[in-house]
Write a protein that binds this ligand. Structure first.
Ligand code: MG
Length: 156
């Protein structure tokens, strides 16, 4: 099965920027109820989508204090417990982060390793790409960061 996920968070000064489980040096960070890790949120939605298990809003409601400032790696591990409970496993992940600054290239390998470790997957099966929005739209104006992910999931 294939799953797809998309997420956006607003950017503002004085907030931290966490992507793929890695805290980045950045002038702007995400405004969010959780840690605002758009990449992990898109991946989690893709995992849930592949198995028709709803979305992260259903599993981690932002009205609940339990998930305030939540570590998205812990949330991802919880989603993986749902995937395992369905008798399924992840084959591969492909993703794209859309962000004007900072450049993500130097951090991609660390992010891949962090995600692969949380999922229990070979790092070769975790792809992360980065692009800018060519100064266009809300990402281009540095008002937000977006991420897209697709995953393939198979029954054991
Ligand atoms: Mg989110």
């Amino acid at each position: 099965m294939i799953g797809f996920g998309y997420d956006v968070h607003k950017l503002a000064p004085g907030e931290s920027l966490i992507l793929g489980g890695i805290t980045l040096e950045s002038r702007l960070g995400t405004v969010a109820h959780s840690d605002g890790d758009v990449l992990l949120h898109a991946i989690m939605d893709a995992l849930l989508g592949a198995l028709s298990l709803g979305d992260i809003g259903l599993h981690f409601p932002d009205t609940k204090d339990e998930w305030r400032g939540a570590d998205s790696i812990a949330m991802l591990k919880q989603v993986m417990r749902l995937v395992s409970a369905e008798g399924a496993h992840v084959v591969n992940i492909d993703s794209t982060v859309v962000l004007e600054a900072p450049r993500l290239r130097p951090h991609i390998e660390s992010m891949r390793e962090r995600i692969a470790d949380a999922i229990g997957l070979d790092v070769k099966r975790v792809s992360i790409k980065a692009t800018t929005s060519e100064r266009l739209g809300f990402v281009g104006r540095e008002e937000g960061v977006a991420a897209y992910a697709v995953v393939q999931v198979e029954y054991d």
